[in-house]
Design a protein around this ligand. Structure first.
Ligand SMILES: CC(C)(COP(=O)(O)OP(=O)(O)OC[C@H]1O[C@@H](n2cnc3c(N)ncnc32)[C@H](O)[C@@H]1OP(=O)(O)O)[C@@H](O)C(=O)NCCC(=O)NCCS
Length: 151
């Protein structure tokens, strides 16, 4: 079994469509489309988790405008058939190493407190700390925990 994390540097249609599929499977209509993923590839950082050459996970990061050594995890998704097997933890951990190599010293994200698998990965497995709860962050009833990890 070969498991690799790669940063995506080109927008070939095969790669982009596999990233769109992961996003839509994870977030439904709110998942990123080609129109967001391509700018993320060109101007942010997109990482893919590949198992035996197949893309089974994706993560999209922004560099913070006012704190350029700080990154924001915009989204992370693992193919539904591969969830709960440790891939998400391994993937995000490897992404943090890549970010650190690129001069990033902290990473932030927001998460729904009821998203138990995600909270488990961030808090229990990778040591993210909750810094804030934002009420109605993405609209009424869409509260989010803010979590940060120093790299
Ligand atoms: C969040 C996500 C990326 C995690 O990836 P993953 O590969 O499933 O993560 P891991 O297997 O490394 O860890 C998940 C842990 O949550 C646990 N878990 C799963 N469902 C759970 C639940 N309902 N309650 C509590 N824990 C749960 C798993 O058992 C596992 O813990 P364990 O290894 O101790 O058994 C993946 O679930 C996903 O793509 N979700 C949909 C998209 C999403 O919500 N992204 C995050 C938005 S902030």
């Amino acid at each position: 079994m070969s498991l690799k994390v790669e940063t995506i540097n080109n927008n070939d249609s095969h790669t982009v469509s596999s990233l769109v599929k992961l996003e839509k499977n994870a977030f439904g209509p709110n998942g990123l489309s080609e129109w967001e993923i391509v700018p993320f590839i060109r101007h942010g950082l997109v990482a893919a988790l590949k198992l035996d050459g197949k893309v089974i996970g994706s993560a999209h990061f922004l560099r913070d405008w006012t704190h350029p050594n700080h990154a924001y995890l915009f989204s992370i998704a693992i193919d539904p058939s591969y969830r709960g097997k440790g891939f998400g933890t391994r993937f995000l951990s490897d992404c943090c190493i890549i970010l650190k190599q690129q001069g990033i010293n902290s990473v932030e994200l927001t998460v729904d407190a009821t998203n138990h698998p995600a909270v488990k990965v961030y808090k229990d497995k990778l040591g993210f700390k909750t810094t804030e709860t934002r009420i109605d962050e993405y609209g009424e009833g869409e509260d989010r925990l803010v979590m940060v990890k120093a790299l």
